[in-house]
Design a protein around this ligand. Structure first.
Ligand SMILES: [Zn+2]
Length: 80
């Protein structure tokens, strides 16, 4: 992980503004989920992408009865 050189101050409610260049590059517009990781005294943010309950893939994932399932697993379940 390389440093961006950007320093932001946390406001009274614990919020920071993510740099617009980074949001644009990752297509993180309003309403996009962000996953927060905490390890070794560092906080990492990642654009939330739902993954398949069965195989962990993030490709072509849809929801079925409250579970995330990818197209590949759906095809497999349907015997395709
Ligand atoms: Zn799958």
């Amino acid at each position: 992980m390389k440093t961006s050189g950007i320093v932001r101050k946390i406001d009274e409610l614990g919020r920071i503004v993510l740099p617009i260049e980074m949001r644009n590059r990752l297509e993180m517009g309003p309403g996009v989920g962000v996953e927060i990781f905490f390890e070794n005294d560092a906080i990492t943010l990642r654009k939330y992408e739902p993954t398949c309950t069965f195989c962990g893939s993030a490709k072509d994932v849809t929801e079925f009865k409250g579970k995330k399932v990818c197209k590949s697993c759906i095809d497999e379940m349907c015997g395709k």
